[in-house]
Write a protein that binds this ligand. Structure first.
Ligand SMILES: *Cc1c(COP(=O)(O)O)cnc(C)c1O
Length: 430
């Protein structure tokens, strides 16, 4: 019997490049046919063949509550019935801005956009407009969306294809972007010593989640803060993934660093398209129409998307929400490490907040180069063994995983039972 997934994939490829609207979804890295999903509930997804999966992708981060949370669905339905879009101000936008500024204290003013890419692109323009400088510093393996100036040795999708930058980005644009090694404080010091007064901003994922999961070494984020302050550059934390995940106040709360600008996305839309950039009032007041830096959006602050975001943020603030989801994530990671040990497979897993990383390597990586040393073939086999057993992991060795508040002991147990078989199978086949 031909599967519906196969038929849909075949049909999709006729009119959509590779059959997908975002590259990693095509399963090129791991091979095979991607499931086409039809519905989701809590920690589960169902594909077009009616197969159920435990979901550790969470739409790449947004679904921190799990899928189709009744309060979010109700908020969306209510908002949709009132209006789909005005292109004019609404009270919901104020509420979302107030919630963001309260939860992320470095954000004194914020503007809403419709994606993480839009947020980082706008924040970079703002940093350049504010400083009157052109250079930006980013780190290899960090992904900040697909704006031209940031697709310079970018991670995530581009990385998966072994194609570190993109065709179509003018060399003149890329020439303004300096790419350093994540966690390499000496390189940061050097680039600031040589070019400090020309640097508009440093953009960083304070916990890198687009080259698997890489934690900042003690002192790394601090050195970014010190150098930016000393040379008048803007420190931009891209918390599109880490916001409301690594801690309620984001990675900046967890590590105690106050950036000048922050970009958000994913969780703040609760599954609908919302992004945001915000930070110091003095910088944010440079945005049009208050200031000279242009930025706009027809659907920015869309009432339906904002309603989903507000409902989500309300729930993530509940007492013990973060604690509970962190404990679940830790139990997953501890269990995976134990199962790999039993099967004698070289593997390690770690987590921060509700994000986790899986590495076919003896120790967690601290840089892009170390991420590249992970055994990718083993990951790909592990991925398919887990998929067959109803566990949906990100279809690439270079993505972080996500746990939701809807994942409980039952799902973790089922996942570990699948992992036990998968690790044994890997050990048996060498
Ligand atoms: C996902 C992501 C983006 C891009 O967000 P989109 O909504 O996909 O455009 C930017 N930065 C980081 C850190 C991300 O994880």
């Amino acid at each position: 019997m031909t599967s519906r997934n196969d038929l849909l994939f075949e049909r999709a490829r006729q009119h959509i490049p590779a059959g997908v609207n975002s590259p990693v979804r095509a399963f090129r890295a791991v091979g095979g046919t991607p499931p086409f999903f039809e519905r989701a509930s809590g920690p589960h997804l169902w594909d077009a063949d009616g197969k159920r999966y435990i979901d550790y992708v969470g739409s790449w981060g947004p679904m921190v509550l799990g899928h189709t949370h009744p309060q979010v669905v109700e908020a969306v339905q209510g908002a949709a019935a009132r209006a789909l879009s005005f292109g004019a101000p609404t009270e919901g936008e104020i509420e979302l801005a107030e919630a963001i500024c309260r939860l992320v204290p470095s954000v004194e003013m914020v503007r809403l956009v419709s994606s993480g890419t839009e947020a980082t692109m706008s924040a970079i323009r703002l940093a350049r407009g504010h400083t009157g400088r052109s250079l930006i510093v980013k780190f290899e393996g960090c992904y900040h969306g697909h704006a031209d100036s940031l697709l310079v040795k970018a991670g995530s999708g581009a990385l998966t294809f072994g194609n570190p930058s993109s065709a179509g980005v003018p060399p003149e644009t890329a020439a303004h972007t300096l790419v350093l090694d994540f966690n390499d404080t000496a390189q940061v010091e050097k680039v600031f010593k040589d070019k400090g007064k020309r640097i508009a901003c440093v953009i960083v994922e304070p916990v890198a989640g687009n080259m698997n999961l890489v934690l900042p070494k003690p002192g790394f984020l601090e050195s970014l803060r010190e150098n930016c302050t000393r040379q008048g550059a803007v420190l931009l934390f891209d918390e599109v993934m880490t916001g409301f995940r690594v801690a309620l106040g984001g990675a900046q709360a967890r590590y105690g660093i106050r950036p000048d600008l922050t970009t958000l996305g994913k969780v703040i839309g609760g599954g609908l398209p919302v992004g945001a950039f915000g930070g110091r009032r003095e910088i944010m007041e440079k945005i049009a129409p208050l200031g000279p830096v242009y930025q706009a959006g027809t659907l920015s602050g869309n009432p339906v998307a904002v309603a989903a975001g507000l409902a989500t943020l309300k729930l993530v603030q509940e007492k013990d929400f973060q604690l509970k989801i962190e404990r679940t994530t830790q139990s997953l990671v501890d269990g995976l490490n134990a199962e790999a040990r039993k099967a004698k497979v070289v593997f390690t897993a770690q987590c921060v907040g509700s994000m986790f990383g899986l590495y076919f390597r003896a120790a967690p990586p601290a840089s892009f180069a170390e991420v590249m040393q992970c055994d990718k073939d083993r990951f790909n086999r592990f991925f398919h063994l887990m998929l067959e057993r109803g566990v949906y992991l990100a279809p690439s060795a270079y993505e972080a995983g996500f746990v939701s508040a809807a994942h409980g002991a039952k799902e973790i147990e089922a996942t570990l039972a699948a992992a036990s078989e998968a690790f044994r199978s890997l050990a048996a086949s060498g």
